[in-house]
Ligand binder design. Structure first.
Ligand SMILES: [Zn+2]
Length: 141
């Protein structure tokens, strides 16, 4: 995801992720694709969950949202904004959180916190949060 964001220009980013749904769809595709396996029981059959793009196990009925087990889980800002932060940080890890704050009209402290989370993820410190997990790698390269 890091390299994916990196190769993307700002205009392209805005086009790809205009709203929450497009972000969720992206995460769902990246995370599961066609190969869904229930984390609880190992079942591979799912149906649609209650939330957009979440999946629900047909056997044990446990539901997994598109954001769970990613760095975007439980973010307090709209997903589109969280994606924008990730996008900006991927382009420039040194980007100031004031600049991010101006760009997405969100409090600087909020941006700082989420940036920190992303950085930890990119550095592989938090293995449980595969934000940028692509091809099974957790570092985001
Ligand atoms: Zn299950």
């Amino acid at each position: 995801m890091k390299s994916y964001f990196k190769t993307m220009g700002e205009a392209e980013f805005e086009k790809c992720f205009p709203n929450e749904e497009s972000c969720l769809e992206f995460l769902a595709n990246k995370k599961w694709g066609e190969d869904w396996v229930c984390k609880k029981c190992g079942n591979t059959n799912y149906c649609k969950g209650k939330k957009p793009y979440s999946r629900r196990c047909t056997r044990c009925k446990s539901e997994e949202s598109a954001t769970s087990h990613t760095v975007f889980h439980n973010v307090r800002i709209p997903l589109k904004k969280a994606f924008k932060i990730a996008f900006m940080v991927c382009h420039d890890p040194e980007v100031s959180t004031y600049k991010i704050s101006d760009n997405i009209h969100t409090r600087q402290m909020t941006c700082w916190k989420f940036k920190k989370r992303i950085m930890e993820c990119m550095e592989g410190k938090k293995k449980l949060v595969p934000f940028l997990q692509i091809d099974g790698r957790t570092t985001g390269e």
